[in-house]
Design a protein around this ligand. Structure first.
Ligand code: AHR
Length: 518
């Protein structure tokens, strides 16, 4: 009898726990309210001359057996078109401050071999230069974000590059551009005025950088009146506010001769330098630690935005998070200078959490570039010779396409807590937005890798008829896609159950889901 009672109590406890786990979480969408536009440029990419980021990953040369168009891989272009890459930052990164553009134009067989001291000390063949980058953008349907060399270059060199790329007038540089195959000016949408001037870009104090900024911002002009260009200054390294203060103060007191439109923030999810966390073969400890670290992005954005608000309450200057993502220990056996790392379901969750943070601050954060697009750090795509595989992070970017240029819609959610050891994180994270056609979209991440979540969605003022989309889940938090098994982590259809004017969704552990609600 005693045993029977214990069993009953045990069963009740189990059932109670099961109910607790399955109790629907209420999520309200204030569909009648509208926030800022979620700029499509928040989904920007970064392609540096680093490891196989360009050579092998994008550029194989016209003579390659790998199917290509004028030397650019067709498979990679096709995959990038599907995620509607709005802009690509190039040529670096640290590489940009040692890049001399003239070495990357003209007949390929006459371009000099130079060095890439930052990244493996390898030969830079210069076969992928300005024209190849612009061709690549045109094939992908993306816009140029060019970083000029402020560290080791001169203002005259930067000015000449801009004239070469953008003037429609028949100057000597424009004629040279024509002789190299492009008589029409190129479109340069964004210009980065140096990169990490506080580090690899010259180790400058904020004031020294500001002096350089004023000169380069003056002379690096866009002459293509038909296509405006925005200038982005170097900004903070993570939480350090020195550059934010100095650049914003200089901008506030600026004279007519120079201007900027944005200030960059670089912040990687790394926990501690040098990066030591493994990209695969990890468990829940590392899962929770990395996600806790990545959520600091919210704090960073708030800190820098508050300083920016004090100089620029009208939010004319954008905060451009043009390097973000996970940075892990390099894949064993690879050149550590090539920043090769695998990409798991944890990275999919990490990507969604960061995109959600940017979207919630869309009034100030109007551009972001994940590092990096192909084969480097938190990549979208891996290549190996003729093979290509799409990463879990790629799938998140594809699922989030409807959020590009959509209008932010507030969400109320009692997110609950995911607890692992001493780490406590919000169990769920969600954003909603309305696209140009008026359709409502919801993205929800279930951070908890141990429990599925049931959602009960209420859309204020409407009675939804249908909710459908996709969900990205995986067998394990460190599941990856490989060349041998490319479909371990791929989106699957997700349909909500609609009843009584509410939508019910079930979210798998450690999953990212995007649905439209009609
Ligand atoms: O993305 C790799 C490197 O990280 C970039 O070149 C540099 O800007 C940053 O430190």
């Amino acid at each position: 009898m005693k045993i029977f009672r214990t069993l009953l109590v045990g069963a009740a406890l189990l059932v109670g726990t099961a109910f607790a786990a399955d109790d629907p979480v209420k999520l309200g969408i204030d569909a009648g309210k509208a926030g800022a536009k979620i700029d499509r440029n928040l989904f920007g990419q970064f392609a540096e001359h680093l490891g196989h980021g360009i050579y092998g990953g994008i550029w194989v040369g016209a003579d390659s057996n790998i199917p290509n168009t004028r030397g650019i891989r067709n498979d990679v272009v096709g995959a990038l078109k599907a995620i509607k890459v709005p802009n690509i930052r190039w040529p670096g990164g640290c590489f940009a401050d040692e890049y001399h553009w003239r070495k990357g134009i003209g007949p390929a067989n006459q371009r000099p071999a130079t060095l890439n001291p930052n990244w493996g000390g390898v030969i830079e063949p210069n076969t992928f230069g300005t024209h190849e980058f612009m061709d690549f953008l045109q094939q992908v349907g993306s816009e140029a974000y060019v970083s000029i060399n402020l560290g080791s270059g001169t203002p005259a060199e930067a000015a000449d590059w801009l004239e070469y790329m953008t003037t429609p007038l028949p100057t000597a540089l424009a004629k040279e551009r024509g002789a190299n195959g492009h008589p029409e000016p190129f479109n340069v949408s964004f210009l980065g005025i140096g990169n990490e001037a506080w580090g690899c870009g010259g180790s400058m104090t904020p004031d020294t950088y500001v002096d350089h900024l004023k000169v380069f911002a003056r002379y690096a002009r866009n002459y293509n009146a038909a296509h405006p260009m925005k200038k982005i200054a170097v900004g903070p390294d993570g939480g350090d506010t020195g550059y934010t203060e100095a650049v914003m103060k200089a901008w506030k007191n600026k004279v007519w001769s120079w201007d900027i439109d944005g200030i960059s923030l670089h912040s990687y999810t790394v926990v501690k330098w040098p990066p030591a966390f493994k990209a695969t073969g990890f468990g829940e400890d590392e899962y929770a630690t990395i996600l806790k670290a990545t959520l600091k992005m919210d704090e960073l954005v708030k800190t820098h935005s508050a300083i920016m608000d004090s100089y620029d309450p009208q939010k004319k200057i954008a905060l451009v998070v043009d390097e973000w993502g996970a940075w892990y220990a390099p894949t064993p056996g690879t050149d550590p200078g090539f920043l090769d790392q695998q990409n798991s379901q944890r990275d999919a969750v990490l990507a969604a959490l960061n995109i959600n943070i940017f979207a919630r601050h869309a009034d100030r954060v109007r551009m972001a570039n994940i590092a990096q697009m192909v084969n480097v750090l938190q990549a979208m795509i891996f290549t190996d010779g003729p093979k290509m595989v799409l990463t879990p992070t790629y799938h998140v970017f594809r699922m989030y396409v409807p959020f590009q240029d959509a209008t932010f819609v507030p969400v109320n959610l009692d997110a609950g807590t995911y607890k692992h050891g001493d780490i406590e994180l919000p169990r769920l994270d969600a954003i909603a937005a309305r696209d140009a056609a008026g359709k409502l979209w919801l993205a929800v991440t279930n951070v908890d890798p141990t429990r599925s979540a049931s959602l009960e969605i209420d859309v204020a003022g409407t009675k939804p008829r249908r909710a459908q989309g996709e969900t990205l889940a995986a067998p394990k938090v460190d599941s990856v896609n490989s060349f041998a098994a490319p479909s371990t982590v791929v989106p699957k259809p997700l349909t909500g159950r609609v009843a009584g004017g509410k939508v019910a969704l079930t979210l798998a552990p450690a999953s990212v889901s995007v649905v439209s609600i009609e």
